[in-house]
Write a protein that binds this ligand. Structure first.
Ligand SMILES: Nc1ncnc2c1ncn2[C@@H]1O[C@H](COP(=O)(O)OP(=O)(O)OP(=O)(O)O)[C@@H](O)[C@H]1O
Length: 268
């Protein structure tokens, strides 16, 4: 692995007490290095702190104790070097596809022609040529998610953070989007960090999967996914190593153990 784009050192995140609610420890003792160019997924039960962890990486939240190191800076504020993609696409409904994709570029004072060129490039990358002037409500869910990917990539961030990006899609579209995301990741060489509830998605996409446990949110296991790349879609059903890795993560999440000796995979 090349050098780390993030180093998380002894992170705890406590949400303060409010009214009747007691203070809540969402993350406890999280130590993690994220390597440049890796595809990392975070999986775990609801409430284990996945989104909190992503928000710490984005700089939207600060840790209660410990440090998020990035490029020599401790707990840096949000910046254009990290962009976030959400499940609900978070597109501006009053903007066209091209305007949505170009939105993150407005902060950079680029000449109009250069900005248009970048927007064209990313619309091509996500295969939405011909839809530049459509509005989000004229697109399917998969197309909206493509716009969202293009918008996240257009400012040329080093790190793309994704919170359940495909959660709202039907399973066939979801499989297709995962394959597209992998080829975009391979093409751009950026670091991708993905939060997901899908074991299948995590194994198919990732170099490493972080399995978390709840109460308090902790990293339970960091699992390497040594499957060859490029990964063909049919490894999901045919590849014994793929199925074994799924079973291992299933066991970790359901029983808190990583051993896998079952004859068939039981993950979702
Ligand atoms: N602003 C907040 N104030 C108080 N508690 C919060 C706040 N945000 C999150 N929490 C609590 O912290 C815990 C972790 O939340 P987080 O959203 O990070 O979990 P998650 O693993 O992403 O969950 P899910 O899979 O359901 O999205 C949850 O129990 C949640 O209720």
């Amino acid at each position: 692995m090349s050098h780390a784009v993030f180093q998380l050192d002894g992170i705890t995140k406590t949400y303060p007490a409010t009214g009747a609610e007691e203070a809540f420890v969402a993350l406890s003792r999280v130590d993690l290095d994220i390597a440049k160019g890796e595809f990392l997924s975070i999986i775990g039960p609801s409430g284990c702190g996945k989104t909190t962890l992503l928000n710490l990486l984005a700089g939207f939240l600060k840790p209660s104790t410990g440090t998020v190191w990035r490029s020599g800076l401790a707990n840096p504020a949000p910046g254009p070097d990290r962009t976030m993609m959400f499940q609900d696409y978070a597109l501006y409904p009053w903007m066209t596809v091209a305007e949505n994709v170009g939105f993150g570029l407005l902060a950079k004072s680029l000449p109009r022609r250069e900005r248009d060129e970048i927007v064209r490039h990313f619309i091509r990358l996500v295969r939405l040529q011909g839809f530049e002037d459509k509005y989000p409500d004229q697109l399917s869910g998969g197309m909206r998610q493509r716009v969202s990917i293009a918008r996240a990539l257009a400012p040329d961030p080093a790190v793309v953070l994704m919170d359940e990006p495909f959660g709202a899609l039907d399973s066939l579209t979801r499989d297709e989007m995962q394959e597209e995301l992998l080829s975009i990741w391979a093409e751009t060489g950026k670091t991708f960090v993905l939060v997901t509830h899908s074991i299948d998605e995590a194994v198919f996409l990732s170099d490493r999967v972080i399995a978390m446990s709840a109460k308090p949110g902790r990293i339970q296991t960091v699992l390497d996914i040594p499957l060859a790349r490029p990964r063909r879609p049919d490894i999901r059903t045919r590849d014994a190593d793929f199925l074994e890795l799924k079973q291992t993560i299933f066991d970790l999440l359901h029983h808190g153990r990583g051993a896998s000796h079952g004859p068939s995979a039981g993950g979702h």
